[in-house]
Structure formats: structure tokens, C-alpha cells
Design a protein around this ligand. Structure first.
Ligand code: MG
Ligand code: MG
Length: 262
């Protein structure tokens, strides 16, 4: 069932999503060679709780019976999504996708960003650029009168013709009081197909794009998703409210971009 949100509810969603953006901005200050993902997780959890919210990922039930142990998902290099924070230090040349979710005043925020650690090679930097562009092209289609398939089509058409892989097994989603609501929002699709987009729908759009082919494998921890060919993957995500003419982006990269000087 798709829940349409009122203007007041969308403002609450914006507050939760802005907190996610601020949390990612705090992490942007720390992401350097030598820091561990466990340290990033600790900082994120403290920041979220200090701001009166709950990290929604912590304890999230998985399909293999284990609850997610971290407050953020940290996916390094060939890890696509759902990486578990650990004590391995990040290295110069790594990339790290950080996915963050909050519950504030009863509403969820959800956003992700892929960061460079030190100096990253040009091919991988281009992957990040293309993935981020594909997110905004998807968002351009999150308007009243379009359909879910238009979003996925826009993402896919920006990535696949250039030789990048678009992951299919994991998708974006409706979001509100629950982190995952209907409808699913795939990063591939056909124009003019799928659910009709209506005013008040809130959805998380989150392309997961690979430098090689799109095949993935799940690690034995039951969470971490990697590319099968070992090539890097990027993940950018915004939560948006569907509007007439232009989507309202509820999450924000402005705190990250301020730190990165972008
Ligand atoms: Mg997310
Ligand atoms: Mg999401």
C-alpha cells in the first residue's frame, strides 16, 4: 500500500532527512586513510542520538536471522551495499559508500553517498560522478504524472550505454513512518510503466552502479553485498517527495559538499 503524505508529514520527513544529511557531513570530515568504519559508525550513532533521533539501521532484521549491528552501512570498494562497520582502517585510494537512516519525530530519513578516501584513480572517480548524475536524472522523473518505470529508465539509460552495471537485486523504495514502504523503485525499467506518481508520495531513489558487470554476491555474514567480479561499486541515495513539475529533495548533500569543497 502506498501512503500519501500531507504537507505537515513531508516537513517532518524533511527534518529527519536533513539530520541524515548533517550526519553524513560529520562523517565527510573524518573519512581519510587510517580511520576505521567502526569509528565512523560510533560517531554517526552518537550524532544521531544527540539530535534526538534513532539510527534506523541499528538492529534492522535481516533475511538470514541476524540483525544489522551498525548504525550506518559502510561499503568499501567492491562492496555494493549493507557493509558492516569493522576495525579495518580505510586506505588511500579506497572508496566508501555510507548509507544512513534516522527516525525523528516518527518519520524516516534515508540517504547515501560514496566518498573517495585520499587519491582515487580516475576510472573510479568517473564511476562516482556517473552514479551521482544518474540519481539526479532519476529525481527529475519523480514528478506527478510520471510512473516508477520512468525513474528507473532514466538511471539505467545514463549508466548502461557507458558500460557501467546497474544492480537489479536491490532497489529504492517508498518511505515514511517505515523505512521501507511501497512502491519499490528499481534503477532500471521501461518508460511509462509501473505505479503512477502522485503528489504526496515519498520515495528513496538509490542507484547502485558498478564499474564492471552488474552481478553481485552476498557474503557469509548475510549482509554485505559485493560485486561478483571484484570491481568497485558506487551508491548515491536521496529521499524525495513527488510534486508537480519538480521533485522536492528532502535529504541533502549540502553538508557533505561543504566539507569536500564541491
Ligand atoms: Mg539508504
Ligand atoms: Mg533506501
Amino acid at each position: 500500500m502506498i501512503f500519501l503524505k500531507t504537507e505537515d508529514e513531508i516537513e517532518l520527513m524533511r527534518q529527519s532527512n536533513r539530520l541524515v544529511g548533517k550526519t553524513l557531513g560529520e562523517l565527510a570530515k573524518l573519512i581519510k586513510p587510517g580511520i576505521t568504519t567502526a569509528e565512523l559508525d560510533r560517531v554517526a550513532e552518537e550524532f544521531i542520538r544527540d539530535n534526538g533521533a534513532i539510527p534506523t539501521f541499528k538492529g534492522f532484521p535481516g533475511s538470514f536471522g541476524t540483525n544489522f549491528p551498525g548504525s550506518i552501512c559502510v561499503s568499501v570498494n567492491d562492496q555494493v551495499v549493507h557493509g558492516i562497520p569493522n576495525d579495518d582502517p580505510l586506505k588511500d585510494g579506497d572508496i566508501i559508500s555510507v548509507d544512513c537512516g534516522t527516525l525523528l519525530n516518527g518519520f524516516c530519513g534515508d540517504s547515501a553517498y560514496t566518498f573517495c578516501v585520499g587519491e582515487v584513480d580516475d576510472k573510479t572517480k568517473k564511476l562516482l560522478e556517473i552514479t551521482k548524475e544518474s540519481l539526479y536524472l532519476g529525481i527529475e522523473n519523480a514528478i506527478v504524472g510520471k510512473r516508477i518505470g520512468d525513474i528507473g529508465y532514466a538511471v539505467q539509460q545514463h549508466c548502461e550505454p557507458k558500460g557501467y552495471g546497474v544492480v537489479r537485486e536491490f532497489v529504492g523504495h517508498g518511505i515514511g513512518k517505515d523505512m521501507h514502504e511501497d512502491p519499490q523503485v528499481p534503477n532500471y525499467g521501461r518508460r511509462g510503466t509501473g505505479s503512477l506518481l502522485k503528489k504526496g508520495m515519498c520515495i528513496a531513489i538509490e542507484p547502485m552502479v558498478t564499474l564492471g558487470d552488474r552481478n553481485i554476491v552476498m557474503e557469509s555474514d548475510g549482509w554485505t553485498v559485493r560485486t561478483k567480479d571484484g570491481k568497485p561499486a558506487a551508491h548515491f541515495e536521496h529521499t524525495v517527495a513527488v510534486c508537480h513539475g519538480k521533485a522536492d529533495i528532502l535529504s541533502t548533500f549540502e553538508y557533505i559538499e561543504e566539507v569536500l569543497g564541491e
